[in-house]
Design a protein around this ligand. Structure first.
Ligand SMILES: [Zn+2]
Length: 291
């Protein structure tokens, strides 16, 4: 085959491979319903099997973390109501990151509940433009979602308070410019448990860690994010995706009576270390290739 013929074929193949990978929306676990349950204290799981959403219940109303896909909204609503709460009592909506699998449903939820939307500073323009200013996917129509107005701009280390609940927003960027890891303390049978909801430390296919004009500080942000994640005390290991922390496996244990199934400080450390190694290996590979 001549080069002239093979180059377009190669480009087509690469585009196809990328498109196939990027449409993880086709992963049935993203939309597969999952039983809602109380994790600890006033913290509940209300997401699908893979797209994690959390509910924090207080006497002054509810906080929801992650609206997920547009199609997730009815599932989340059903989970909230199955637990005995009113969807309209959601006062504050938070997200892990401004990718469509965590925030595409936000506009709908804000409209249905009248909740206020609190988003990390560097992700504000992304959610308010419906994904158009995303450094990687801004040009991808299939990654867009309904824009949603942000009511409060969060900064690294800010607290979100409602009733007796206090959540802290930690900037753990790189995956997005505003990737947010949420922490809070829960009390369960007299013990204080440190909760960490990891925002997303993965390097997606196609991410440029070296010479990224749209996000020049990307690799420094990842490094800072891993520094933060390693410094957070963690008893209850949770995250934006169920697969981060082994949701189905731990839930099976929870269901058979092990109420400590999600307490996993060692699993947290191991998983973060693995993600950091994957980042470092990719950075090394890209640095070598750019020389
Ligand atoms: Zn993402």
């Amino acid at each position: 085959m001549s080069l002239r013929k093979s180059v377009p074929a190669l480009i087509l193949f690469a585009a196809l491979a990328f498109a196939l990978h990027a449409t993880a929306q086709d992963d049935p676990a993203w939309t597969r319903p999952f039983p809602p349950f109380r994790i600890a204290g006033n913290l509940y799981y209300v997401g699908s099997e893979e797209l994690a959403s959390y509910l924090v219940a207080t006497p002054q109303g509810l906080i929801l973390i992650n609206s997920s896909l547009e199609s997730s909204v009815p599932l989340i609503r059903k989970s909230v109501e199955t637990l005995g709460f009113r969807f309209s009592d959601i006062k504050i909506l938070l997200i892990s990151q401004a990718h469509n699998d965590h925030c595409a449903g936000s506009a709908k939820i804000l409209q249905l509940t009248g909740a206020k939307y609190f988003v990390m500073d560097a992700d504000v323009s992304v959610v308010e433009s419906g994904g158009r200013t995303d450094f990687q996917y801004g040009g991808r129509a299939d990654m867009r979602y309904p824009p949603a107005h942000v009511d409060r701009v969060l900064h690294n280390g800010d607290s979100v308070r409602l009733g007796d609940a206090v959540l802290v927003a930690h900037l753990t960027a790189g995956h997005n410019k505003g990737t947010t890891t949420w922490t809070m303390n829960e009390t369960e049978t007299g013990k204080t448990l440190h909760v960490v909801i990891v925002g997303g430390p993965n390097v997606n296919p196609g991410y440029k860690l070296v010479g990224n004009k749209a996000y020049p500080q990307i690799s420094r942000d990842y490094e800072y994010g891993f520094h933060v994640l390693k410094s957070l005390p963690c008893d209850l290991f949770l995250g934006a995706h169920g697969s981060y922390f082994g949701l189905p496996q731990k839930y099976a244990r929870w269901q058979s009576g092990d109420r400590d199934a999600f307490i996993d400080p060692a699993g947290y450390k191991t998983w973060i270390a693995g993600r950091e190694q994957a980042f470092e290996a990719e950075l090394k590979r890209q640095s070598a290739a750019s020389q």
